[in-house]
Write a new protein. Sequence first.
Length: 434
Amino acid sequence: RLARARITLRHRTQGRKSRWQLKLPLDCGRREIEMPGKSSAPPPQILDLLFIHLQGGTVQPVATLRTRRTGIRVGGSRGADVVLDEVAILKGSSEVLMFREVEIEQLDGNASLVNRLETTLRKAGATDHDGRPKIFRALDLPAPQRPEPPDREAHAGAHLRYILGRQLNTMLSRDPGVRLGGDSEDLHQMRVATRRMRSILRVARPLLKPGWEEGLRDKLGWLGRQLGEARDLDVQIAYFKGQSDTVKPRERAALERFIGFLQKQRSRVQDQLISHLRRRRYVKLINQLIPAVREPAMVSNVDITLPDLARKAFRKVRKAVKELGDSASNAKWHCVRIRTKRARYAAELSESCSGRAATRFIEKIKLIQDQLGDIQDAVIAEDHLRRFTSKTSRQSALLAGQMLERQRQRRRQAKQAFHSTWKQVKKCGKEAWR
């Protein structure tokens, strides 16, 4: 189960040091978490991170590997390290299989040296690595592969399965990092995947059996709200930390008190979030999503195409934007933001069918998503500042008042930028969804 999720858990002994190592997949590379501990059992903290993958199951050793590493540095500190791992798979004290892996690590951008070293190693008999981690080779498991997007002419169901599958994989791979905390990107990616999946299910309703997706969307909405509260605070903390250089030195202490106020809320929300991620409700959602993503309940012989869905979502954005007046409420701007996200996700669902025009539309609509996000972030910041002002000193309240005015100015600038960018988005949308 861990292998399918591209997760590796191992106990590593090197010299006198003994540590547990958990490797989690990321978009580029892997995230490593190490904790000391004896080989008899992983630390409870690590098992807690794997809660959704284990779901009450236990872990047992599946393979024992012994690695002898040798290496040489070529070209000094600005060159490259060439490392050879000789790996033996053990059964008891006997070696049942052995393989070797060689790696070149570039130290300081000397690509030409790396190319020469690669040529030399290939002449000596080295071949391409098959992409499998050592434990995959030991267990004779295939290399973990990302699903390939379906062909342009594939049935709508294939496109839907592909894009939903990507979101579910992101949710599962980021879940341990969200539990661990400390890296806001894990939370951000899991929240985006949750909301994207919910929006796609809404957009694709004409292709699905009536009512099939409602329960999933409701539960995804619940999860998105739990993740959203923590993510909003991460955004606010990062923003106000970035404001430190823009305030007078004598006011920085007040700004730090406000940041501390936000961080205290964030700590409380993290505890609540972890509690929600241990609830049966969350486990049940994940276990429902796995078969639902694998085989969505599609309607047969439906005449609606994926470009039709994207066109419809784009029309709804245009209608929402038309309703924006000079004094439009925050709620109306937020409505435009929601419709914009749905239009983008519908375009992504249709992208491989609609070609380059859809890709251009997606690139442009991302810009107004950022501008609409700035507007919403400013609204949330104002709420936090008002709460802080109600329970703070006069000096801190004065700074909060100045920050409130900055948020209003931030909203005004984002709205001006939005109206300018919207013209480009509308043009690309008309070209993509004629």
